[in-house]
Design a protein around this ligand. Structure first.
Ligand code: SAM
Length: 303
């Protein structure tokens, strides 16, 4: 049997390994499947360590102040606060994004918008619009993929835009993106972009008021309502986006919108009803859900 030093026994409650165990048990209590991973991420956040750092330092003592901070974060997590709002980070498109309670946490399926958008754009100086930019994940990822692009990123939330600006700066694309506050296309008025835009991406709010109650607590009670809820039907944003895309896209330009669960047929009908769009398709995510609708702008006369 391993001999533990008296000193280690005496202080074991202060050490990294036992703090992780303590937190893992508390997090398991709320049925978190990734309790250990979450415990490690929270302590790593407090200590400024990677997960490998947790292993390396496993027998070190954690000071009272850091212990207190860690336990406070674990407590918040057990009460349903999303891990990403506690660590202020979420990976998207292999980039680290700062997030807070004013921004939706980027979801992996939204990477489809970046992938489909980047491959549809031709030309060295494309113009891109991102409506509802949130923490700026789509705009920043597209700026990195399309270094010559000029991107206009709109959001109704000034707090979200502050986060998006921060992310654009930290990923070295601050000069490429202009952030604008306002309702959908309103802040783009007067910029002379009508008929000149190559790509319009949007991950709009798409939850209906009735669906909100059924969302997981982490989402329903913590992510910004105006990022989630569209209105009574959940489809309120799609018609204005299709109409705006008809005005702003140049011939051959693409509109790419994320779809909520079960929204594909309704959105497809709206796209088909618009004379501005010829080719229409939907793309499934990894779970087989039709997640993205794409419309190609037909000739300008068609609008
Ligand atoms: C679903 S989130 C998408 C965030 C981010 N683009 C992403 O893909 O993760 C929707 C965003 O739209 C913004 N929004 C809601 N209503 C808006 C409106 N009327 N005009 C502009 N942005 C709006 C919200 O503040 C939120 O940041």
């Amino acid at each position: 049997m391993e001999q533990r030093s008296p000193d280690l026994n005496r202080y074991s409650g202060d050490r990294v390994a036992s703090l992780i165990r303590e937190a893992e048990l508390a997090l398991r209590g709320r049925a978190s499947e990734a309790a250990r991973l979450e415990a490690e991420m929270l302590l790593g956040h407090v200590m400024g360590w990677s997960r490998a750092g947790i292993l390396i330092h496993s027998q070190e003592r954690v000071t009272g102040k850091d212990r207190g901070r860690f336990r406070r974060l674990v407590g918040l997590r057990t009460r349903g606060h999303p891990l990403q709002y506690l660590t202020h980070t979420q990976e998207f498109w292999s980039l680290e994004f700062y997030v807070n309670r004013h921004t939706l946490i980027p979801r992996p399926e939204s990477e489809i918008l970046v992938e489909e958008g980047a491959r549809r754009v031709t030309g060295s100086r494309p113009i891109v619009i991102d409506v509802g930019t949130g923490c700026g994940n789509l705009a920043v990822a597209l700026a990195r993929e399309l270094p010559g692009a000029r991107i206009y990123a709109v959001d109704i939330s000034g707090e979200a835009l502050a986060v998006a600006r921060r992310n654009a700066r930290s990923h070295g694309v601050g000069e490429q993106i202009r952030f604008l506050k306002g309702d959908q296309f309103a802040p783009l008025a007067g910029l002379g972009l009508e008929g000149k835009v190559d790509l319009l991406v949007a991950n709009p709010p798409y939850i209906s008021t009735a669906e909100l109650a059924g969302l997981p607590v982490d989402v329903r009670d913590h992510e910004p309502r105006q990022a989630l809820v569209a209105g009574r039907t959940g489809e309120e944003f799609y018609s204005p986006l299709i109409e705006g895309a008809g005005r702003f896209l140049k011939a051959g330009g693409s509109l790419i919108m994320e779809l909520g669960l079960g929204r594909a047929a309704g959105v497809r009908r709206r796209l088909e009803a618009s004379p501005a769009f010829g080719k229409i398709l939907t793309v499934k995510d990894g779970a087989g859900i039709e997640r993205v609708a794409i419309g190609a702008r037909s000739s300008r006369d068609a609008g």
